[in-house]
Design a protein around this ligand. Structure first.
Ligand code: S6P
Ligand code: ZN
Length: 196
């Protein structure tokens, strides 16, 4: 029988006192996701910057458990497009997720297999509920500050990265005339599903 446990996430540094896994994702892990492919290749060649980090608290990945952690998306752009996470559907599509925004400015880009799309602006103090079936990607739109969120989701959710790698998200978040703008992704195309 597990024992209850706590960990701390003290302001202002927001480094969790317990970290079981620290993921660091660089630009080279995001091939094909940014619209400006020339800028992408140049930035990878020039040093392959760190885009985001995830601090995970380990729990068994089974129904009944909850998985939680901290996501930190760093500020920056590839061409006009802000740094973002890979984004994913949950493998078990009918599982939700909650994000609590601790620091920074940004947005969550979301869409469903049925064709719905939604972009929610994120700022400190906001709680976002991502319902079942919605793929999600965090984007940092700050000039200098990280976007830091706490997330929690069901242990059996799993991650389907492949669908987004193939089709992208329907919406992109870019800087246009000095402002944050949400635009259609001209390269979005439905992923080829494997024959059953
Ligand atoms: C997991 C949850 C987050 C993301 C993290 C990084 O379901 O949505 O922990 O894993 O924000 O994003 P990604 O798309 O690289 O997993
Ligand atoms: Zn998720």
């Amino acid at each position: 029988m597990d024992q209850p446990f706590t960990f701390t996430l003290p302001f202002p540094d927001l480094v969790p006192s317990r970290v079981d896994n620290h993921i660091q994702r660089r630009l080279s892990a995001m091939r094909g996701q940014f619209l400006d492919q020339k800028a992408y290749e140049e930035m990878v060649a020039a040093g392959d910057p760190l885009l985001y980090e995830v601090y995970e608290i380990h729990r068994p990945e089974v129904e009944g458990e909850m998985l939680m952690g901290i996501s930190v998306v760093h500020p920056g752009k590839v061409g006009d497009e802000f740094y973002m996470t890979k984004g994913h559907f949950h493998t078990v599509l009918d599982t939700a997720e909650v994000y609590y925004v601790l620091k920074g400015e940004g947005c969550m880009v979301m869409e469903t297999p049925e064709g719905d799309a939604h972009v929610e602006m994120l700022s400190p103090g906001k709680v976002l509920y991502v319902p079942p079936r919605w793929a999600h990607r965090s984007v940092c739109t700050g000039r200098q500050e990280d976007l830091v969120t706490f997330f929690i989701y069901p242990g059996n959710a799993g991650h389907d990265y492949g669908t987004i790698e193939q089709q992208g998200f329907r919406k992109l978040v870019v800087e246009k005339d000095g402002r944050v703008a949400v635009v259609d992704n001209p390269r979005w195309q439905p992923a080829q599903k494997e024959a059953a």
